[in-house]
Ligand binder design. Structure first.
Ligand code: B12
Ligand code: SF4
Length: 542
């Protein structure tokens, strides 16, 4: 095979790092193979089929590699209005609100299914109009839902779970895929392979001039946050998390010099200034300290004036790392505290101590950290009690006292149940989920289950959230002004202050926590009053 067309399936605009790494890898090993990257997110819906047809007609690929990053439309966090509609639909006391929410929910369901249907139509287009081309597919969303999606794709499509470098190389060289995590449908039979040794990440850095030549749409991303991967794999075991399933548990490091060369090339050649370490975890444990330290030191030594972020275990931040993080340009951080109760965290196998998380925040504050911290809370996790909910409220207050209330933004991020996670397995065993359920099939009943918020605590958690969102005229995602997601030039630069104010005004997570505290405290005092009146009835005269 001599030519590969990569098609990044549409999602909310995010730098398509996966396909850039794949194309780079193939180019280093097979420089004679022609390659092109087409990012469908950058086209309006109606023009996407045409864009594929034009690219395939002109480029004549032997291999078409679809990359499917996101499916999750119903996100379990308050920045997504679908959570608000779902809560109104299930829990609002006002029937009008329920009706309005049901219409909004139906619209969202329609969008969700149309999105999947449209994404599936593109491989079918290639299969019908360019039947000689081999089709491959991979990416985060495909990995998460491979068993369901492979049934809907043209027969013969090679699906790859997790990393794809070696698999694509093998396909163009005509080698067997037996040692790769492939999935293939032949009629009604599904064949799967298991990855042998995962690839080591000691390859050279991205060849940016080459990438620029095969990805002319790169210009759209210069002001965005560019993804850089410094390691693959996560050794932790958090019950709800899919990342170790996607990347493996063994951590593989890229040499710091190469990671920083990547950043430096994007900085000097494209003018990029914002970066995101796409690692499942940037600090995977104490073993990662030397690599993380060297990366940050090199950013400083090369005088790269960047803003960077990533998923970071605050519990693993040392005073030295905190100083380096701040000096090298760390931006806003998203910290998955999950719960303020150590017992709830232990039950989810989170593998960190709350005290260490607070220490990490303290070190950041001492180092002069000026960014914002989004504290993700997954209220109503298994083993949650009224007491543990109050501990979560306390934990927010503690972090806010350390970093300053104006910097800390709690975000209600309910546990979303994902296939191939420990949480899914537990809930299947407990009968909460039924065996053979389809995680992509959303109905009012399944959404209620998959946005994990079970009885008996569900109704007043929902009440607290709805009360807060009502006051703020809707749920808010404070990430609009952070380094993590897409920021149009209009939102940055001169508008920075305005968007900051909007973010702070929209701190609905804080309100939700405080409303929850109010509700729980009043329940406690009601109970105490009831108990004492029962006691005085039982022991008259005392
Ligand atoms: C970093 C990250 C983010 C960052 C991205 C920052 C940035 N500027 O890039 C942030 C925090 C912004 C983010 C946001 C979201 N994310 Co995210 N994110 C990730 C994470 C941790 C890594 C993705 C990544 O870039 N990896 C590094 C690159 C090199 O890998 P890659 O792109 O996956 O590509 C490799 C393989 O997938 C494969 N591959 C890719 N394409 C192809 C094609 C072929 C043919 C083959 C063979 C192989 C192949 O090979 C590549 C190289 O090895 C993954 C989880 C994970 N551990 O993978 C979730 C993940 C991709 N995100 C996910 C989601 C849902 C989201 C959100 C939609 C969440 C939400 N509801 O708000 C948002 C919105 C994203 C958007 N479009 O804007 C899901 C997607 C699965 C799903 N359920 O749909 C994942 C898998 C996490 C999860 N829930 O399990 N995310
Ligand atoms: S939540 Fe973070 S630390 Fe836990 S398994 Fe997932 S990536 Fe690793």
């Amino acid at each position: 095979m001599n030519s590969i067309l990569y098609i990044f399936l549409p999602c909310k605009k995010v730098y398509p790092i996966g396909v850039t790494y794949l194309a780079d890898f193939i180019h280093r090993r097979k420089p004679e193979v022609r390659q092109r990257i087409l990012d469908l997110s950058l086209f309006p819906d109606a023009q996407r089929s045409r864009a594929i047809r034009d690219a395939a007609t002109e480029f004549k690929p032997d291999l078409v590699c679809f990359s499917w990053r996101d499916i999750q439309i119903f996100s379990p966090h308050e920045g997504d209005s679908s959570l608000e509609h779902a809560f109104n639909f299930y829990f609002a006391s006002n029937p009008l609100k329920r009706i309005t929410a049901s219409f909004a929910g139906l619209q969202q369901l329609y969008r969700y299914y149309s999105h999947i249907r449209a994404a599936l139509s593109y491989p079918w287009l290639i299969a019908k109009e360019f039947p000689k081309a081999q089709i491959m597919i991979g990416g985060g969303a495909f990995t998460a839902f491979a068993d369901q999606l492979i049934q809907k794709l043209p027969e013969g499509t090679i699906g790859i779970l997790g990393e794809g470098e070696d698999a694509i190389l093998k396909v163009i060289e005509g080698q067997s895929l037996e040692n790769e995590r492939y999935i293939l449908r032949e009629g009604k039979t599904i064949r799967k392979g298991q990855q042998g040794a995962p690839a080591l990440l000691d390859a050279l850095t991205v060849d940016l001039p080459y990438l620029t030549s095969i990805f002319p749409q790169y210009r759209e991303y210069v002001g965005e946050s560019i993804g850089v991967q410094s390691k693959r794999g996560c050794p932790y075991d958090c019950a709800f998390c899919l990342y170790p399933y996607i990347e493996g548990k063994r951590v593989r490091y890229r040499p710091p010099s190469m990671v920083v060369k990547d950043i430096s090339q994007h900085y000097h050649q494209w003018g990029a200034r914002r970066f995101w370490f796409t690692d499942a975890q940037f600090i995977t444990g104490k073993e990662a300290y030397p690599q993380c330290t060297e990366i940050l030191e090199r950013i400083l030594a090369e005088k790269l004036e960047i803003e960077w972020s990533g998923y970071i275990r605050t519990s693993l931040i040392t005073p030295e790392l905190a100083k380096l993080m701040v000096r090298s340009g760390v931006g806003d951080l998203e910290v998955a505290i999950t719960s303020g109760s150590q017992a709830v965290l232990n039950n989810l196998h989170m593998g960190f101590k709350l005290e260490r998380l607070y220490d990490g925040c303290r070190y950041l504050a001492e180092a002069g950290f000026k960014g914002k911290v989004i504290l993700n809370y997954s209220l109503n996790s298994p083993k949650e009690t009224e007491e543990s909910l109050l501990q979560s409220v306390e934990s927010y207050k503690k972090v806010a006292a350390i970093l300053g209330e104006e910097r800390v933004f709690p975000l209600m991020f309910f546990l979303g149940i994902q296939p191939n996670t420990d949480l899914e397995e537990r809930l299947l065993k407990e009968g909460y989920l039924s065996a053979g359920y389809n995680p992509l099939m959303l109905t009012p009943t399944s959404i209620r289950k998959l946005l994990y918020n079970p009885a008996p605590l569900n109704s007043f958690i929902a009440k607290a959230c709805l009360r807060a969102w009502e006051r703020k005229e809707g749920s808010r995602d404070p990430r609009k002004w952070t380094g993590s997601l897409s920021q149009t030039p209009k939102e940055s630069g001169p508008y920075a202050d305005q968007s900051l104010i909007r973010g702070i005004e929209g701190n609905s997570g804080r309100d939700a926590l405080l409303s929850l505290e109010e509700i729980l405290r009043s329940r406690q005092s009601l109970r105490a009053a009831k108990d004492s009146s029962e006691k005085s009835v039982a022991t008259p005269g005392v």
